[in-house]
Design a protein around this ligand. Structure first.
Ligand SMILES: O=C(O)[C@H](O)COP(=O)(O)O
Length: 406
């Protein structure tokens, strides 16, 4: 999409023209001579059975500049792990499938628990955190990228554009966040981003006042994208949530640890579509219902850690302000979609807003009632300080699983 707007907070790297992918690949191959680049794929076993995954595999096999691919496999039994290993055999790069539920990994999990350092919940955040631990333990990657495994519009150009800003040694960026317009089947998607995060940030600014952190989050065109890249030296000090707050958590950590000049966002695709979860109105622990609550919790915790005081009244006001802001934005989304001949189900969107408004209160209530319970996983630095042998044990366990279940 050809626009060149800069928001003044973080740099935005656009898709200004269709650059031949061979040109960019050539540059990346040159960077790779001095900087090793790795890719982390957080993956559910069920995702191997989708149409998206074979396409991703096919596209990745053509990539020449990657040093290693780490696949974090969740929700798999032994037979499924064996199958996953076969499935990824087609990759041309050095790669490893980490079976997160293997007896060896569970034993390591128990050890973490004994030290009081275990992630509180299973989920994408924990999967990514474990894969990052493995990457740190390998001690040989300078740059890493991560993307979802349910992208049905995937091309390896997405990866090239995502990793480029942190791979180019003359760029100052330590973190690059991917963005795109999430439109698929002529439908406007990205429901949690559009209907929860954008209006919530506007409402927070009105209710709790100006905060650098809120302005920073508002600078991102797609704060919930699962695609980001970073230089690996910042990994050991990253404190991320174990749940769906992962994406916001990574941005928050970049804000806490880095100067704004070291963070950028990059347009990685013209079109992006993925598997859509249900809203799950009936079950608060599933789908977008759960996701929206986890995201609110992550934002509230970070604001509190930056000195914002929350009370029950603040959350009540926030809910009302959010609701108004969300309806106003919906009007804009609706007109934007209509003018472009893209469909949008206004009733479904309003129902989602009503649910998200409830979840702001629910997350707020949780925050007030459980002041000591945080969704954040300890940093790898902390784990290393508690047990200096842990990271190498993790690496060995993954290698032993790889060898034993050949
Ligand atoms: O990014 C989002 O807003 C959520 O992942 C939901 O996305 P979807 O509406 O495209 O399924």
């Amino acid at each position: 999409m050809a626009d060149f707007h800069q928001n003044g907070n973080i740099a935005t790297l656009h898709n200004l023209r269709t650059r031949p992918i061979v040109e960019m690949t050539y540059e990346l191959e040159t960077f790779a001579q001095n900087k090793k680049m790795s890719l982390i794929l957080p993956c559910l076993y069920s995702e191997l059975e989708t149409d998206a995954m074979p396409r991703i595999l096919d596209e990745l096999s053509k990539v020449t500049y990657l040093h290693r691919i780490i696949i974090g496999l969740d929700r798999a039994d032994e037979a499924q792990f064996r199958h996953a290993k076969k499935f990824f055999k087609g990759l041309n790069q050095n790669h490893i499938v980490i079976w997160n539920d293997s007896p060896r990994m569970l034993e390591l999990g128990a050890l973490l628990k004994e030290m009081g350092l275990a992630p509180k919940e299973q989920g994408k955040g924990k999967n990514v955190w474990s894969a990052m631990g493995y990457l740190i333990a390998c001690e040989d990657s300078d740059v890493m990228a991560i993307h979802d495994c349910d992208i049905v519009t995937y091309t390896n150009e997405l990866l090239a554009r995502l990793i480029y800003p942190v791979a180019n040694p003359s760029f100052p960026y330590q973190v690059a966040k991917g963005y795109y317009a999430r439109i698929g089947n002529e439908k406007l998607n990205g429901r949690v981003t559009r209907l929860l995060v954008s209006p919530l940030l506007i409402a927070l600014k009105r209710v709790v006042g100006d905060r650098d952190y809120i302005d920073y989050l508002r600078s991102f065109r797609y704060p919930l994208s699962g695609e980001f890249a970073m230089r690996t030296n910042i990994l050991p000090d990253l404190r991320i949530p174990s749940d769906w707050g992962l994406e916001i958590g990574v941005l928050s950590e970049a804000w806490r640890n880095l100067a704004p000049k070291a963070v950028c966002q990059v347009e990685i695709a013209d079109a992006y579509d993925h598997k859509h979860q249900t809203l799950s109105e009936e079950d608060a622990n599933a789908g977008l219902n759960r996701m929206s609550t986890d995201i609110c919790k992550a934002i509230f915790r970070k604001l509190a850690a930056d000195g914002t005081v929350f009370t029950a009244n603040v959350f009540r006001t926030l809910k009302a302000t959010y609701y108004r802001c969300a309806l106003d934005l919906l009007e804009a989304y609706y007109n934007d979609a209509r003018m472009n001949g893209v469909s949008i189900d206004r009733h479904a969107e309003e129902s989602a807003i009503e649910l998200f408004a409830e979840n702001i209160m629910r997350a707020g209530h949780f925050f007030l009632e459980n002041p000591h319970e945080t969704p954040f996983i300890p940093t790898w630095n902390r784990v290393h300080a508690a047990d200096p042998t842990f990271l190498s044990a993790l690496r060995k366990a993954a290698a032993s699983d790889e060898a034993e279940f050949a």
